[in-house]
Design a binder for this molecule. Structure first.
Ligand SMILES: Nc1ncnc2c1ncn2[C@@H]1O[C@H](COP(=O)(O)OP(=O)(O)OP(=O)(O)O)[C@@H](O)[C@H]1O
Length: 280
């Protein structure tokens, strides 16, 4: 992906604290009412310094997406607090979010999809197309602005979704299994690119995945959640070499294999514990 753009994350309002910092304290999310109340997540305590890239993994249904929605401000906490840049997150403003499905507007062009996000971010009409093209170039889609959504591949659609998330003027990027529906080759290319985009933009990034391989490839801080209600079971950090080494070469190192196995073992152990508990 190209690093040439003038669209850098902007300050997200008057909130105090370093831009992109996430502070989660005793956060719990419950669903339902009365006797049917279910704790889906927590309590969670998690600090993510500004500019850090963390990967969230855990058994199915443990609350990974719920945690992301709390950080995005799409849902409130039932107890505890989630602060972004020192204040409560504001939905649509505190974070750029990429979902498993690109969720693009099919009646808009590729450029139009990104320009719409820029419109909501308050960018003037005269600047939108230029900034949209710069963001598209940044995610490897130079020259595709006039194409229709149905004319581009699934991988390219997900790149448009990333460009759209980068259009949100915040220092936080949240990604919820964004590559799960893509073929292996496209997925690997996008993994490489997302690491680069995140590093170039300096955004704090929280990336949810089911895949131990993806987790190990993407980052050195991997947070493993337990089975429901999701709590932090492990906060793994590795010193895997990540600069001056190609993706294939990295995947062939014994350190990478060890980290991938460590993540897989931790997730399997949490899933087994949750299963035993659910069976009573
Ligand atoms: N709106 C809701 N109402 C009731 N329960 C919900 C709601 N959203 C999520 N849940 C429950 O909360 C739990 C956590 O769901 P969540 O989707 O966050 O898990 P996840 O780890 O992202 O799952 P997966 O890996 O399968 O995508 C699940 O048991 C789910 O059924």
């Amino acid at each position: 992906m190209s690093s040439t753009t003038s669209t850098e994350p902007a300050a997200s309002g008057a909130a105090a604290g370093p831009l992109g910092q996430i502070a989660i304290t005793g956060a719990v999310r419950e669903y339902g009412k009365g006797g049917r109340r279910v704790t889906a997540l927590g309590p969670i305590d998690l600090q993510v310094p500004a500019g850090e890239f963390i990967v969230l993994v855990g058994p199915s249904g443990c609350g990974k997406s719920t945690l992301l929605r709390l950080i995005a401000g799409f849902e409130p906490v039932s107890r505890g607090s989630v602060l972004v840049d020192g204040g409560p997150p504001v939905p649509g403003h505190s974070a750029g979010v990429v979902f498993q499905q690109p969720r693009l507007f099919p009646w808009q062009t590729v450029r139009g999809n990104v320009a719409l996000a820029l419109k909501y971010a308050g960018v003037s009409r005269s600047e939108r197309d230029g900034q949209a093209d710069a963001l598209l170039a940044r995610v490897g889609l130079h020259g595709t602005g006039d194409r229709r959504i149905w004319e581009i591949s699934g991988g390219q659609q997900q790149r448009v979704a990333i460009a759209r998330a980068l259009a949100v003027p915040t220092s936080l990027l949240l990604m919820d299994e964004p590559f799960a529906a893509l073929d292996a080759l496209t997925r690997e290319r996008l993994q490489e690119d997302v690491r680069q985009v995140s590093a170039e933009s300096g955004r704090t990034t929280v990336f949810v995945t089911h895949s131990p391989d993806e987790a190990a490839y993407l980052e050195s801080r991997i947070v493993v959640l337990s089975g429901r209600p999701g709590r932090i079971a492990a906060d793994l950090r590795s010193d895997l070499p990540r600069t001056g080494i190609g993706a294939d070469e990295l995947r062939e190192t014994p350190e990478f294999a060890r980290l991938r196995a460590e993540v897989a073992t931790a997730v399997k152990a949490e899933a087994a514990t949750a299963e035993r508990r659910d069976r009573g």
